[in-house]
Design a protein around this ligand. Structure first.
Ligand SMILES: *Cc1c(COP(=O)(O)O)cnc(C)c1O
Length: 408
């Protein structure tokens, strides 16, 4: 075994002089909060994904909150989603006073199982409470596109809006009527992105909503700035005195121009970043192909992931914590698979429902029969280091250590 290398992190943003200069440009311009850089970033983002409109906000969690409000989610409503996601997905539903109805995932893609969506809807209809469900919130987990076609087929039949939590999916693609289209060209109604450093491109913190619906886009712009009728940019350039008004309850969910200036540079790097991540994922696929006890991620033939994370599944024989500890001892950071919101303290009691039961789950705390695949995925998967700057030598070292950890 080679000497222990400098430790290898799980992820690392790829930023440099260009981003530093962009931030400086915004600072020196004298306009630092939401202004011209945000407007330019929105346009460039919309063009990149192929959406009519893109609206920048403070992060993906606030984007999800506004998306749910836009499609009409109100207190007491139910929203179908997954527990197996970063906790922000389910939290955004609770911010609306609504109830997340968790359904299980498909074990191969870690994404929502479309058939289970239909089960929940039919169950509610049979009970005469079909109108409780207000929306479906799907997650393109760790960058892997969901089966949007199957999901939309169900959603359209029951006239339900679909919101895409695309926090990790910038640059991911889906085959749509014979063409590869970007996630964020709204296939559902609204898509929400994150620019947190753990994602593929970053602005420190930041989010984006894309849609083809002009009314919603206008609504997002009001909400993100306290519901104020006249944006700063208009008031600032006005030749006459204007007073703003506040016709509705709004929020402060703005992105700053400093962040947007950085985001514009990150967007320029994005094609190269995605290409490199796909190459690195392919390297893992080839080099880990013959490891017994290890299941590698699969990509449906209609999807191209951006490989925001590379997730391997350990068979029963191997202990997740032990494998991760062995890797950490060798200087390699890994993470366990995606969490399950329903197992967290914040989701005890009646904060959520599972599957077809229109009452709170009565399973043992932290174990829900209906979310079995979600829990299995959390308990038996490991995310491997994958970032733009990782060297061949470092990746080979990760492969070698993982292989040793899987030898009993
Ligand atoms: C990271 C993440 C979020 C939250 O994004 P923020 O920008 O940090 O608010 C939401 N959903 C998923 C699936 C995520 O991975």
């Amino acid at each position: 075994m080679s000497d222990k290398m400098q430790s290898i992190p799980i992820a690392k943003p790829w930023m440099g002089e260009a981003e530093a200069e962009a931030a400086s440009r915004a600072i020196m311009s004298g306009w630092v909060t939401q202004g011209p850089e945000v407007a330019a970033f929105e346009q460039e983002f919309a063009t990149y994904v192929g959406a009519n409109y893109a609206c920048a906000v403070s992060n993906c969690t606030t984007a999800l909150h506004l998306a749910l409000l836009a499609v009409g989610v109100q207190p007491g409503d139910e929203v179908i989603t997954v527990s197996h996601s970063y906790i922000a997905t389910a939290n955004s539903i609770r911010y609306c006073g609504a109830i997340p109805v968790f359904v299980d995932i498909e074990p191969q893609t870690y994404n929502i199982n479309p058939m289970l969506i239909e089960d929940v809807i039919s169950d509610r209809l049979q009970r005469g409470i079909g109108d409780r469900i207000r929306a479906i919130l799907i997650v393109h987990q760790i960058g892997m596109p969901c089966d949007i076609k199957a999901i939309l087929d169900i959603a359209h039949r029951y006239n339900l809006p679909v919101i895409e939590d695309a926090a990790c999916a910038i640059g991911s693609e889906i085959l749509w009527d014979g063409n590869w289209e970007k996630i964020g060209k709204p296939h559902g109604d609204i898509a929400c992105f994150s620019f947190h450093p753990r994602k593929v491109v970053t602005t420190g913190d930041g989010g984006m909503l894309t849609t083809n619906n002009l009314e919603w886009d206008k609504q997002f712009r009001l909400w993100r700035q306290h519901g104020m009728s006249v944006p700063d940019t208009v008031r600032h350039g006005a030749k006459q005195v204007i007073f703003e008004s506040y016709p509705m309850l709004g929020y402060n969910y703005r992105m700053t121009d400093i962040q947007a200036a950085v985001g514009r540079e990150q967007l320029k790097r994005l094609p190269e970043i995605v290409e490199r991540r796909r190459y690195l994922a392919q390297q893992y696929q080839e080099k880990l192909a013959d490891v017994p006890g290890l299941k590698l991620p699969t990509e449906p033939n209609w999807a191209k992931s951006n490989w925001q994370s590379f997730c391997v599944r350990l068979t029963e024989k191997y202990d997740q914590v032990q494998v991760m500890q062995e890797m950490l001892d060798a200087g390699i950071s890994t993470r366990r698979g995606i969490m399950c919101a329903h197992r967290e303290g914040a989701y005890q009691s009646e904060a959520w429902l599972c599957g077809v039961e229109p009452k709170a789950c009565e399973c043992e705390v932290g174990k829900c029969d209906r979310l079995w695949e979600s829990e299995q995925a959390q308990d038996h998967t490991v995310l491997l280091p994958l970032f733009h700057q990782i060297t061949q030598q470092e990746q080979d070292y990760v492969v070698k250590v993982l292989k040793m950890a899987c030898q009993i």
